[in-house]
Design a protein around this ligand. Structure first.
Ligand code: COA
Ligand code: AMP
Length: 633
């Protein structure tokens, strides 16, 4: 007899209508969908057409109405401010309804965009849910991005209102948000009508009369708004993510498919039920934060933990275990880099044993490849299953995982286990032919993608089709490379494009190259991701100077580092740049980034046939060796 996973997977691909209709039964509809799926206007698809619902009502009102009003909905833990706060479902609903009323008072209506540039405070979650309540489309921008990145997103999304806070708190420094926002607003032509600023006691912001509103004062004068019915395919949010160039891509998520898929994933992938405590130690600026800090745990009636702190240093490497014990966390989710940071300070994994983690059932990892050493360390330290699972901003929820809510499959370290029901994952060669088990190729997903995945790119349907659907007709291109083994396990090895993953943060080397190329002394450049023991990868810039430019290497590096920090933000973690005489290129002029990366990582490499002059690579070996990188061949 097929196990529960095999049965669910087979049904999800064999009879997706039945499978997703059943999942949709768990959602509170204001009008039931007339169909599960509409694929009549390819490449765009619509899930649950005819259905009307409200995402916020599914996250909050539903639970208050069904007796969970006094249960904790949001557990806020902020070691950086010494604050701990709990909001019940009823309290969170009251705050969200009041803030939605305030936004409505500013003219925000269904379909309007609201940009959220806020740190990890409960008000940020309130802002997101308030938008959903009104049928407005939020776009959250991660606090570690600089003004220029913020400006690009404001310009593209054209929000009617921006929600911000006076400051964020990073270990050792207070990040003043208002000057960053002000500088971004100076650069855009699509100016928002209003900014609502949440004042934090650590640093108060100067408000500009006429445009800026104090969050609390605005709410005090507002009357609560009720949940607005929206069509299932209408957009819930835009989340910008790194692409190959400097222009980020606005991933659009719908309301209906998102609600159905995320609610299904909570029980079946994560094994989390109503009443459980779920902690995704990420940031609301990333997809993990959208899906598994805010929406999915609330759809499921869980308590979600909102953590404003780091895995180490706030105050120490026991922070995760202390909070997990105090809050009775049942399921924890973080990035491997966070575990590596803890492991570095506690190699024996002793700290976790000082806390009562008896309620913890599983630890999930995503955001980057989970190296087997780190997984094994966490298994020893915690004594619970450690589950690597793979997904992307675009998919919004896991593509491959050990779906412990269905059935726990044997673990293979280094593999995120098997495709999640709904995802038909294949491995193709460059020409689009299927590869046999064990052979590495392009990881693709057969269309249509299941509900909850990206609907399109904001204001760019053509770009959506071109970027994701054109290379392998009939398939969505993940831009990850990997293989499926004989047991059907998926192995994700690397990206096939210029995206790198630094401390679980997705960054574009192309965007960094654009910034370096703007330096007056730089003629051309390449940015590659080199292996980093803590962050997985770290960017390295290699620059060729303009003829006649004579620069002190240290001084130039400092200028380039400052430039990337200013243009992209501290999160780029761009710390190293070196001058080279030439960059290796193919005969058609393409920089051989793959060879450069393999050289820097000390992986085997050979002189590509497309390169005429091998001495360039010898020169590079010297530069890389000076940087302490192996560059063997
Ligand atoms: N606002 C402003 N600045 C921010 C920021 C934010 N929200 N988040 C990070 N930064 C800054 C950091 O302060 C740091 O600045 P610095 O160069 O002045 O030190 C820089 O961006 C790089 O940050 P990061 O790469 O996170 O490195 P770190 O040294 O501060 O911390 C880790 C290292 C491993 C502890 C940290 O990266 C971490 O917790 N990673 C987990 C990531 C994660 O959960 N990702 C979600 C995917 S699931
Ligand atoms: P993001 O869109 O920021 O979630 O980044 C998505 C990318 O991160 C994926 O395309 C992968 O390259 C990488 N990634 C995420 N999770 C994993 C994982 N579990 N294993 C390997 N790579 C991962």
């Amino acid at each position: 007899m097929a196990g529960a996973y095999d049965a669910a997977y087979a049904e999800s691909l064999g009879d997706p209508t039945r499978f997703w209709a059943r999942a949709a039964g768990a959602v509170e509809w204001m009008r039931r969908p007339r169909a599960v799926f509409d694929g009549s206007s390819p490449p765009l698809v619509r899930w649950f057409p005819g259905g009307m619902l409200n995402t916020c009502a599914n996250a909050l009102d539903l639970h208050v109405a069904t007796g969970r009003g006094e249960q904790a909905a949001l557990a806020y833990e902020s070691p950086v401010t010494g604050t701990s706060r709990t909001l019940t479902y009823r309290e969170l609903l009251d705050e969200v309804a009041a803030f939605a009323g305030a936004l409505a008072g500013l003219g925000v209506e269904r379909g309007d965009r609201v940009l959220i540039y806020m740190p990890m405070v409960p008000e940020a979650v309130v802002g997101m849910l308030a938008c959903a309540r009104l049928g407005a489309v939020h776009s959250v921008v991660f606090g570690g991005f600089a003004s220029n990145e913020l400006a690009q997103r404001i310009q593209h999304a054209a929000p009617r209102v921006v929600l911000s806070a006076s400051c964020g708190i990073e270990p050792g420094r207070i990040v003043a948000y208002q000057p960053l926002l002000e500088h971004a607003l100076e650069q855009v032509s699509a100016k928002p009508e209003h900014c609502v600023v949440f004042q934090r006691p650590e640093l108060r912001a100067e408000l500009r009369a006429g445009r800026d509103h104090d969050w609390e004062a605005l709410v005090a004068g507002a009357s609560p708004a009720s949940a607005v019915p929206v069509q299932a395919p209408e957009p819930l949010y835009i989340l910008y993510t790194s692409g190959t160039t400097g222009a980020p891509k606005g991933v659009v998520r719908d309301n209906g498919g998102h609600c159905v898929a995320l609610k299904w994933s909570m029980g079946n992938v994560y094994g989390a039920d109503a009443g459980d405590v779920f902690w995704a130690a990420s940031d609301i600026g990333w997809v993990v934060g959208h899906s598994y800090i805010v929406y999915a745990p609330l759809f499921q009636g869980c308590t979600t933990v909102l953590y404003e702190g780091k895995p180490v240093g706030t105050p120490d490497a026991s922070a995760y275990w202390r909070i997990a014990a105090e809050r009775g966390v049942n399921v924890l989710f973080t990035a491997p880099t966070a575990l590596r940071a803890i492991k570095r300070e506690d190699p024996e994994g002793k700290l976790a044993r000082e806390f009562d983690l008896s309620r913890l059932r599983a630890l999930f990892l995503a955001g980057e490849r989970a190296d087997p050493d780190t997984v094994a360390w966490a298994e020893r330290a915690l004594g619970v299953p450690v589950i690597d699972h793979w997904w992307q901003t675009e998919t919004g929820w896991p593509v491959a995982s050990n779906c412990i809510g269905l059935e726990s499959l044997p673990v293979k370290h280094g593999s995120p286990t098997k495709p999640v029901p709904g995802y038909d994952v294949r491995i193709l060669d460059d020409a689009g032919a299927s590869l046999p088990a064990g052979e590495t190729g392009h990881v693709v997903i057969k269309q249509p993608l299941p509900p909850g995945c990206l609907k399109t790119l904001w204001n760019n349907d053509a770009g959506f089709a071109e970027k994701y659907l054109s290379r392998f007709p009939g398939f969505y291109e993940t831009s990850d490379a990997g293989h499926i083994d004989e047991d059907g396990y998926l192995w994700i090895m690397s990206r096939t494009d210029d995206i790198i993953n630094v401390a679980g943060h997705r960054l574009s080397t192309g965007a960094m190259e654009e910034v370096l190329a703007g330096h007056p002394d730089v003629a051309e450049c390449a940015v590659i991701g080199v292996r980093d023991a803590l962050k997985g990868q770290a960017p390295l810039g290699l620059v060729v100077l303009n003829a006649g430019a004579e620069r002190d290497a240290g001084e130039l590096e400092a200028e380039l580092v400052a430039r990337v920090r200013e243009h992209i933000g501290p999160v780029a973690a761009f710390k190293r740049a070196a001058v080279v005489v030439r960059l290796p290129k193919t005969r058609s002029g393409k920089i051989l980034r793959g060879t450069l990366r393999r050289m820097a990582d000390g992986e085997p490499w050979s002189t590509p046939p497309t390169i005429d002059d091998r001495t360039i690579l010898d020169e590079l070996k010297v530069v890389l060796a000076e940087l302490g990188l192996p560059a063997t061949d």
